[in-house]
Design a protein around this ligand. Structure first.
Ligand code: SAM
Length: 186
């Protein structure tokens, strides 16, 4: 299945990264974007700031490894959330304080509404807990936005995202028991 087929089956899914601090979060925010792409999301939004280093890294991966992830940066995160809901979407905020993922994932998957998944950095302002339709915990222990997002998307897509291939790829890995085999497609 092509990556974009996931959207046909499961609906539109965007990831909003809030609270990015350029002096310390470049790597982890880039990893949030990489997980969004590799685990089947359709868009990555870096809220309230444009960090060119992060954006360029993600675009480089898209260029080489393919995919149609829409990348947006610098939007006002609160306005973006309000507009997402106004246009019929729903919001899922990943937080260790939320409802256990196992208790809500089937309900979330059944809903046909476009989904905006929010992940934070340090302390998340109360606004996001309140506007969220679901505050979802990937277990109720603190860990990381990268692991939380990966596990949430994997549960949402029922593991199918790990079997998709990406459109427009220049490179493709040929799985090997040993060593690295990479095929050039263009
Ligand atoms: N105490 C912080 C909070 O939730 O406000 C934790 C910050 S943590 C370093 C950064 C982000 O990782 C959080 O905003 C959340 O999106 C995600 N995260 C960490 N642990 C999580 C968990 N158990 N379940 C869901 N998301 C989690």
């Amino acid at each position: 299945m092509e990556a974009s087929q996931l959207a046909k089956r499961y609906g539109k899914v965007y990831v909003l990264r809030i609270g990015h601090r350029p002096e310390r979060d470049k790597r982890i925010t880039t990893h949030v974007g990489l997980v969004a792409r590799a685990f089947g999301a359709n868009g990555f939004v870096l809220g309230d700031i444009c960090d060119q280093h992060v954006i360029d890294s993600l675009k480089g991966v898209l260029d080489r490894w393919g995919g149609k992830l829409e990348i947006i940066c610098g939007v006002d995160s609160k306005k973006y959330c309000k507009e997402w809901k106004r246009s019929g979407g729903e919001i899922i905020h990943l937080t260790m304080y939320g409802i256990h993922v196992d208790d809500v994932i089937d309900e979330i998957r059944r809903s046909p509404k476009p989904k905006l998944i929010i992940v934070g950095a340090e302390k998340v302002p109360p606004f996001f807990y309140e506007i969220a339709d679901y505050n979802v915990a990937i277990g109720n222990q603190p860990h990381s936005e990268v692991s939380a997002l990966a596990i949430f998307l994997d549960r949402l897509y029922e593991g199918k995202e790990l079997h998709v291939y990406f459109e427009n790829a220049k490179l493709r890995i040929i799985p090997s028991r040993k060593g690295k085999r990479v095929e050039c497609l263009k």
